[in-house]
Ligand binder design. Structure first.
Ligand SMILES: C[S@@+](CC[C@H](N)C(=O)[O-])C[C@H]1O[C@@H](n2cnc3c(N)ncnc32)[C@H](O)[C@@H]1O
Ligand code: SF4
Ligand code: SF4
Length: 355
């Protein structure tokens, strides 16, 4: 069965110069190399200042078991092995999470992760999730002052105390701390943050600069991103709690709907004409309006180069790889990421010289 779309919705309205050439990409995708991201809920108990969740217009709820099981079963059959059971909401608010993880594991998913704000994380629940088959719990944290300023209404002392209770739990090895940098913390505060994490047996796994959720309308936005291909179009299939497939995790309101897995099959959606057109246009540098305004690819390129060059990151990856909780990124991506950094520095110096 073909998935039908209003194809006008996917017209590329913002032509750009072609993005940096990447010969691995075609208009097709390979599920075994992709992540199936399923939003089991979009409810959230935080109002982070860097996240547009509080102003979300689409309805809020929890995924129906039938839809979840259909997506997981079809996803496994299509070749997916990696699942993120969170998207735009707080996954620990979903009481069925452990059961869903166990279902995905049993269906054949070997890598099952979530991103969480950590507010509902007790030591018991951590163990239950690990036992069910969760391989990585990405915990979104920040240095303490920045945490307090960006998570208004959260009692920081209580939150820290609850984190301390994880110290003696051996399952804390599945926790990977993720720090979204809003630029508020001083180097000394970041150092103290790392020391605090070490004191409770956690470690910083990755940092990411605050991105603009594809909502930058300023004139400087498009030129800033035009040279970056966005890997999201190739590496993730993003499904919200109703079963609707959206462009990516940044498409939080569903501006680009690519099917609904409550009815459509996962293979039909992946192979749909609309998706292939979006990818092939993107490869030609003809970006969707949202992509043209989005700084995620630019931030991700800088991040992967920094991560590649960071000893701590490499050691962290090696540790996770040896414990079977992560795969080592291919050398090719590392070389490309470093190449991009030098290419951009070169272009900047040319434009400075021209001024
Ligand atoms: C949308 S949240 C959903 C999962 C969960 N509620 C959490 O906060 O981890 C997923 C990730 O996006 C990050 N995030 C939110 N707004 C961001 C922004 N403007 N720039 C970069 N990352 C952001 C969060 O910190 C989190 O790591
Ligand atoms: S970043 Fe996560 S915790 Fe914060 S408001 Fe967004 S969804 Fe909620
Ligand atoms: S460029 Fe931004 S909006 Fe476009 S696919 Fe990538 S993350 Fe999504």
């Amino acid at each position: 069965m073909n998935v039908s779309h209003n194809t006008e919705q996917f017209e590329c309205v913002v032509p750009h110069v072609p993005a940096i050439w990447d010969n691995r990409r075609t208009e097709r995708v390979c599920p075994s190399k992709m992540t199936l991201r399923i939003e089991t809920t979009n409810c959230c108990n935080f109002r982070c200042t860097f996240c547009p969740h509080a102003s979300l217009k689409r309805s809020r709820g929890f995924m129906d078991d039938r839809i979840f099981e259909k997506i997981i079963t079809e996803g496994a059959a299509a070749g997916f092995r990696k699942a993120f059971l969170s998207n735009f909401g707080e996954p620990l608010l979903d009481k069925k999470l452990a059961r869903r993880i166990a279902f995905a594991k049993q269906a054949g998913f070997s890598n099952i992760a979530i991103f969480s704000n950590g507010s509902r994380l007790t030591s018991e629940w951590l163990s239950e999730l690990a036992k069910a088959g969760l391989t990585t719990l990405n915990l979104s944290l920040s240095p303490i002052r920045e945490f307090a300023e960006t998570r208004p209404g959260v009692c920081v002392e209580e939150f820290i105390e609850s984190l301390r209770t994880l110290r003696d739990n051996p399952d804390r090895k599945i926790i990977a701390v993720n720090y979204i940098k809003t630029g508020r913390s001083l180097p000394q505060e970041e150092k103290e943050f790392l020391a605090f994490l070490a004191s409770i047996g956690l470690r910083l796994f990755s940092t990411f600069d605050e991105h603009n959720w594809g909502r930058d309308d300023s004139a400087s936005a498009a030129p800033r991103v035009q040279n970056y291909l966005c890997p999201e179009l190739w590496v993730t299939l993003n499904v919200i709690w109703t079963g609707q497939v959206q462009l990516c995790c940044v498409d939080q309101e569903g501006e680009y709907v690519l099917g609904n897995l409550a009815e459509d099959s996962i293979t039909d959606v992946l192979e749909s004409e609309a998706w292939r057109r979006i990818r092939s246009n993107h490869l030609k540098g003809q970006f969707l309006a949202k992509c043209a305004k989005c700084d995620v690819p630019a931030k991700a390129a800088g991040r992967s180069a920094n991560m590649t060059l960071s000893c701590r990151y490499m050691l962290g990856m090696l540790r996770m790889y040896l414990s079977g909780t992560a795969s080592i990124p291919p050398l090719g991506s590392a070389i490309r990421a470093v190449g991009r950094i030098y290419w951009n520095a070169f272009k900047k110096s040319l434009s400075r010289a021209a001024r």
